[in-house]
Design a protein around this ligand. Sequence first.
Ligand code: ATP
Length: 135
Amino acid sequence: MADKTIHFKLITPEKIVFEDDVEAVYAKGEKGSFGILPNHIPFMSTLAIDVARVIKNGVNINFSIIGGTFQFKNNEAIILTEAAECGNDIDTTRAQLAKERAEARLSSAETMKDIKTANAALARAMARLKAASRN
Ligand code: ATP
């Protein structure tokens, strides 16, 4: 009989942020957003700095995802990422301050490297604010 859930693991170099059986996983790859339901064919993607969402017992849980990779096979989904937080665990004041710092650095950036670093910090802060606002 076909499975009704996906075993989902969200892993950073520091810890397993989340591991549970879920009904669906949605994330943003570098080529666009995708969604995976149980019994999907094997799938792999790199990940953008954005939000991933799972549905557990009919409830959405949002996570900030700081790039990385997504793999799905045999009803197991794994995200390996530099950093991830559940929306409920995000310190929004910290993320807001990080966003403002990144914007200030962008407006005074003098080199491509400055722009790239500030843009990455801005994307991290925006992903955190988005995940926090959706939970
Ligand atoms: P900041 O400038 O606020 O440190 P950052 O984007 O430089 O933000 P990261 O280097 O991506 O932070 O993350 C460092 C650690 O802090 C990671 O473990 C990450 O999960 C955690 N972290 C970063 N920002 C937040 C936040 N707003 N709320 C909760 N945890 C956070």
